[in-house]
Design a protein around this ligand. Structure first.
Ligand code: PLP
Length: 374
């Protein structure tokens, strides 16, 4: 692999992972938890001691993500939440944090609880108010999500970087490293739930953190925490992830094309009040998305059905191809009534969150056409 290879090439070749021993063009799965020493008590391989520390399959998947992200170092975790928790656990007691509001509900709930237990001062700030808040508050850490789930708000990473002294962590799950390389815009840590489009087959839970500067105290603390507290991805999941990522750029391209086409169709439909999707020109974050997202606008959108809860649930009930299940970024399209999941957070009752897969767009549009027919 060359340094200048394009994402599709890096991914298709799994960043050069082959099985040198057998000559296989895909890496072998090595599930061993422990690794041998010779008669002189030297490790057979100096980089393999015990698999909480590291292992070939985890390293292989990290290498692909590191190359796609343009990072200096990348660490995998057993879920997106484990990756987020690893970042926050490095904060000293009495630290100050700015957390974007209206992001993935699981993040908000966990961060609130963590900050309360650890005497960390938490400021929850809407995407639009972030520049003002970041100027006014000297936060140790600013955590943002762009595009956000399920509001699809976009945040200008480079603009925030220019006014923040503390650490900037960007959850780019809805964009993937294929569309947005947050580190290149000034993020200190790029974070993703790899459970979503990075794996893309709804069969692996994983999370990822990447940095440009592995020497920082925070990154060193994250590395130590993963190893010693043991939030590591298993080799089989890492192997599956490496396999899935071979098609990541291809899947992201098709999902983004489908999502834009579906969003455009739904936005023009008389039974739809609005479509939240950064790829649509009327979206308030379209300009930022165009600067920051290269090659598409991702697979996630939210649809506001004319009417209320009953009308939204009736449409969801009639959809056939869009499976009624939580999550996003898989090859199969999904829908979710977010208000049912988080009833007290201001999510409109007529909002349907849609994750668009790689099916044929004509079939996806036909499914919504019949579901919206009265
Ligand atoms: N970040 C975002 C934007 C998400 O949507 C999710 C899960 O839905 C997470 C983080 C948490 O990831 P995981 O479910 O892999 O723990």
């Amino acid at each position: 692999m060359n340094h200048s290879d394009k994402p599709a090439t890096i991914a298709a070749h799994a960043a050069g992972a082959i099985d040198a021993q057998s000559g296989g063009v895909v890496p072998a799965l090595q599930p061993s938890t422990t690794f041998m020493r010779d008669a002189d008590y030297n490790l057979l391989r100096a980089d393999n001691t015990y698999s909480r520390d590291n292992s070939d399959n985890v390293r292989q998947a990290e290498k692909v993500l590191q190359a796609l992200e343009g990072a200096e170092e990348t660490l995998l975790f057993p879920s997106g939440m484990a990756a987020i928790a690893a970042v926050f656990r490095t904060l000293p007691n009495n630290a100050e944090v700015i957390l974007q509001s209206g992001i993935y509900w699981g993040t908000t709930v966990w961060v609130r609880d963590f900050c309360q237990r650890r005497d960390v001062k938490l400021h929850e700030v809407d995407a639009e108010e972030l520049p003002q808040a970041c100027k006014a508050i000297k936060a140790n850490l600013v955590f943002i999500e762009t595009p956000s789930n399920p509001w699809l708000k976009t945040v200008d990473i480079a603009a925030l970087r220019s006014i923040i002294d503390g650490l900037l962590v960007v959850d780019g799950t809805a964009a993937t490293p294929v569309l947005t390389k947050a580190l290149a815009f000034g993020a200190d840590i790029a974070m993703h739930s790899a459970t979503k489009a990075i794996n893309g087959h709804s069969d692996v839970l994983a999370g990822v953190l990447s940095t440009r500067d592995p020497g920082t105290a925070m990154w060193q603390a994250i590395c130590a925490d993963r190893k010693m507290a043991g939030a590591v991805l298993g080799p089989f999941e890492a192997w599956l992830l490496t396999r899935a990522m071979r098609t990541l750029p291809l899947r992201v391209e098709r999902m983004s094309q489908n999502a834009l086409a579906l969003a455009t169709f739904l936005h023009a439909h008389p039974r739809i009040d609005d479509v939240l999707y950064p790829g649509l020109p009327h979206h308030p974050g379209h300009g930022v998305a165009r600067q920051q997202m290269n090659g598409g606008f991702g697979s996630l959108l939210s649809v506001l059905v004319a009417g209320g809860r009953n009308e939204a649930l009736a449409v969801i009930g009639k959809l056939n191809l869009f499976l009624r299940a939580t999550s996003l970024g898989g090859v199969e399209s999904l829908v979710e009534h977010r208000h049912t999941i988080e009833p007290d957070t201001g999510i409109p009752e007529n909002l349907i969150r849609v994750s668009v897969g790689i099916e044929h767009i004509d079939d996806l549009v036909a499914d919504w056409t019949q579901a919206l027919a009265s």
